[in-house]
Design a binder for this molecule. Sequence first.
Ligand code: SAH
Length: 343
Amino acid sequence: MTQTESLLEKGLKTADLTEDELVFLLTCADGEAVFRAADAVRKRGVGDEIHLRGLIEFSNICQNNCLYCGIRRGNPNVERFCLSPEEIVESARNAKALGYGTVVMQSGESGVPAVDDLCGVLRRVKALDVAITLSIGEKSFEEYRAYKRAGADRYLLRIETTDKALYAALDPQMNWERRKQCLDDLKTLGYEVGSGCLVGLPNQSVESIARDILFLKRIGVDMAGIGPFIPHPDTPLKDCKATGFELSLRTMALTRILLPDINIPATTAMETLSPNGRVKALQSGANVVMLNVAQGGHRAAYALYPNKAGVNDVAAIARKNIERTIESIGRKVGAGYGSRKKA
Ligand code: SAH
């Protein structure tokens, strides 16, 4: 048995690998073996259902200045927008009509809409009988509590990287400990919590990526979003190369092996870097797809990175296409809310 095979066997049996073992599997020659193992764990842990989420990117207004992100405060070339409450609710209504059991609401980080206004939107969306996932950045405990009470069920907040020096370099004004505190607060409040990381950042070591995976396991995430870094031409990292596709797939696959029963999306960034990236991810551990359902004509302005897959897709057509894709790979569209079911 090769070392790759024996480590994967250990992973399959115990859902436990050390940092050194993860580094080995992140870099070994036989990536396909890692993907196959993750696919087997996925089948055992969450079955063949693929849960679809309707994504509403409702505002690109952001007070943060993350060096990698296209909607950072310091990018003057972004036309800033925030959908009206009516537009958000209408997008959610359309998602519900298309069959989505979950609506994901994501935005840059800012004070708009005001807390009370967003709570009003959440109550109206909740009345449609869908699960709600929020992804709107770092907020106070009280604000997270208000959104929970208004109907939010889940929250996505990627830690981005567990390398604190790298984190600080990528946004000198942000604070890693503060972000970690937010994840703790969300858990305390009873949210289903998602986190994850970017892969392929400049000066990011494979060892730190192994520690990112162990971090997700340690804090006990319910969802893990992992994607490649894609340089945006209007950011300080514009001259970097998008090298993270393969490594982000491996990171995702190993996260699946350590966390067999969580929800893991095939990320849009993967689909953006490779024409078949989404399917490859679904066959390497992922069990969730998030598709854009936003109305209001501002999707292209929500450019975290360039050439984002699916920005111009008509929601109804995209839904039909993904249903066909899911069938073609022998899987089925998930029913209901698609919450994490703990094994
Ligand atoms: N503002 C919110 C959510 C929006 S950003 C927050 O901070 O959580 C959503 C995710 O997009 C980020 O967590 C980051 O991991 C990813 N992202 C940002 N810029 C990117 C880029 N250039 N390439 C790939 N992913 C990127």
